[in-house]
Design a protein around this ligand. Structure first.
Ligand code: MN
Ligand code: MN
Length: 296
């Protein structure tokens, strides 16, 4: 398969997983059950998760995925951002998200990020300045009475890479950067009732390989070997690997790897308490006169 075909295949699987996730969530009691089923579906379809399924709730904008002990249940006071990533042979061609409103009272903010995404997509073509896309996103979201989340952005995708240039901002920025033909990019507007700015929370379950270190801890070496082989530089969930180890030794080794910057962590990102954040995301290939949405 050509590189582009692999991106397109990954995009297609991500799209199918996104639609399947609606059914899975409606039939699941816990977040853990839903996340595991969505991730299993991705594998069944011939892809692999490019990152753990994110199921961030209310003021959590991103990076919440249940851990092995999670008892979080679906409830009717929740607005959930379902964010799914898929790779085929390392080619991350699917990064797509939508917002599920279980409250029945937040359809408006769900639409705000969706409309911002549609407006942004209609602008994509070779030569367009990314800041112009950001401006359109900001204006669409503000016209609905919400704030764009300004420190979260869309991004390029690559082989074993979930984030690379160009950055697709959710506001206009000073930096001038234009889109090039053939770039695989994800656009992801976030609308918020809070400050439009996310901060790192304390909860974390997602990590990625950063650099090799020498360690005498046998478990730490085994964990690193496994990560390098299975995920390379892609983010993974602690729950994906912890099952194969003695829990006490695993946690000790993992903490050592984090402290020595061998692994980086992706803590949950939140807007202020009590706020609601919505997200919509699609992955596209930039073309001369437009774009091809590969997660449609
Ligand atoms: Mn995403
Ligand atoms: Mn993304």
């Amino acid at each position: 398969m050509e590189e582009e075909e692999k991106y397109i295949k990954a995009g297609k699987i991500a799209s199918k997983a996104r639609e399947k996730s609606r059914e899975i969530i409606s039939k699941s009691t816990t977040y853990l059950e839903a996340a595991e089923k969505i991730e299993a579906y991705i594998e069944k379809e011939g892809g692999k998760p490019a990152f753990p399924v994110n199921l961030s709730v209310n003021n959590e904008a991103a990076h919440y995925t249940p851990n092995q002990e999670s008892k979080r249940e679906f409830k009717n006071d929740q607005v959930i951002k379902i964010d799914i990533g898929v790779h085929v042979d390392g080619y991350v061609g699917g990064d797509t998200a939508y917002t599920l409103d279980l409250t029945g009272e937040n359809e408006d903010i769900v639409k705000a990020s969706e409309e911002a995404l549609q407006n942004a997509l209609s602008m994509v073509k070779v030569g367009v300045e990314t800041r112009e896309i950001g401006k359109e996103i900001r204006e669409t979201i503000e016209s609905k009475g919400y704030k764009p989340v300004r420190n979260l952005t869309g991004h390029g995708l690559g082989r074993w890479k979930t984030h690379m240039p160009p950055t697709i901002p959710n506001i206009e920025i000073d930096k001038k950067e234009k889109l090039d033909e053939g770039q695989i990019i994800a656009i992801e507007p976030f609308a918020s009732t809070g400050k439009g700015m996310v901060k790192r929370g304390t909860y974390e379950e997602i990590y990625a390989y950063e650099r090799k270190i020498g360690t005498r801890n046998r478990v730490a070496r085994k964990i690193l070997e496994h990560i390098e082989k299975e995920y390379k530089t892609l983010p993974f969930a602690k729950r994906w690997i912890s099952k194969d180890f003695n829990q006490l030794k695993f946690n000790f080794a993992l903490n050592q790897l984090i402290q020595q910057d061998s692994l980086i962590s992706y803590p949950v990102l939140k807007d202020v308490a009590g706020s609601i954040v919505s997200q919509a995301e699609q992955t596209v290939i930039v073309e001369k006169d437009g774009c091809k949405v590969i997660t449609e």
